[in-house]
Write a protein that binds this ligand. Structure first.
Ligand SMILES: [Zn+2]
Length: 272
């Protein structure tokens, strides 16, 4: 196709700018529809014609597709009033998400039987979910990686600098909401683990640094995710030498004061 012909085609079907942000609300998050992986042709077609996907945070269920104010239900439960979909539609209309906080008496924490003094004993604060997160490329599993905008930019620079030195870094996990962390606990409990056992490797919902959108679990191809053996890789050696320049530090070194296991893969961004 010649250049002229392509220009004409562009005029007929202008590419709409692709959304790059996640808007947060307590129960439902709005993500750009183009980033969603549809399970089924009808949903895929609907998403291809839509700007936003509304997704239930507790289980990732697709609730509705939204395009310029038109709401298309993708799930029968969307029509119920308690889904929290109204807050997500407000967020889209105002182009602003909501900071989502969790307090120590939250029913999700009480149901897990997390000790009241967990935060105090571990020197950890409850961490709010940001109102808005930025698309930071794809993770190792080709899922969208979400981070706070400054962390997303820093991650991009960090990866590029590593690559220039022949080191490939990939993300295992970035932002994770309270509900996601709760799901980890529920799955492990269902498999017969005790809360005490789970707490040796996972922080309770609300206390994970991943809620902030500043933390990334970093990996390198060929290495299993989130294993201590990451510390023996050239990627880890590179990070140890260079990550601080980009604002990233390892949150849980050996014998950290939080009593969290050594996590050489877990790094967090802080603005300087
Ligand atoms: Zn982590």
């Amino acid at each position: 196709m010649g250049v002229t012909a392509r220009r004409t085609l562009d005029k007929l079907s202008p590419m709409r700018p692709r959304g790059q942000r996640l808007l947060n609300t307590p129960l439902v998050e709005a993500i750009p529809a183009w980033l969603a992986r549809a399970r089924g042709n009808a949903t895929a077609r609907r998403l291809a014609q839509s700007e936003w996907l509304l997704r239930r945070k507790s289980d990732g269920r697709f609730l509705a597709a939204v395009d310029h104010g038109d709401v298309h239900s993708l799930d029968a439960s969307t029509l119920r009033t308690d889904t929290g979909i109204g807050a997500a539609l407000d967020a889209i209309a105002s182009d602003t998400g909501v900071v989502v906080t969790l307090d120590a008496s939250a029913s999700s924490l009480a149901a897990l039987d997390i000790p009241d003094d967990y935060g105090a004993r571990h020197g950890l604060q409850l961490i709010a979910e940001p109102a808005e997160l930025a698309f930071a490329g794809r993770d190792r599993y080709r899922r969208p990686l979400w981070l706070l905008a400054p962390a997303a930019r820093a991650w991009s620079r960090l990866r590029a600098a590593a690559l220039a030195d022949g080191i490939v870094l990939d993300a295992i996990s970035g932002y994770r909401g309270h509900a996601y962390q709760l799901g980890i606990f529920q799955r492990k409990l269902a498999r017969g683990q005790t809360i005490a056992q789970i707490l040796t490797v996972n922080t309770p919902p609300g206390y994970s640094e991943h809620h902030s959108g500043l933390a990334i679990d970093i990996g390198t191809p060929g290495e299993p995710p989130a294993e201590e053996s990451f510390e023996t890789t050239p990627a880890f050696a590179w990070l140890t030498q260079h990550a601080a320049r980009f604002g990233f530090t390892m949150s849980y070194p050996r014998d950290n004061p939080h009593g969290i296991v050594y996590e050489p893969w877990h790094w967090a961004f802080s603005a300087r």
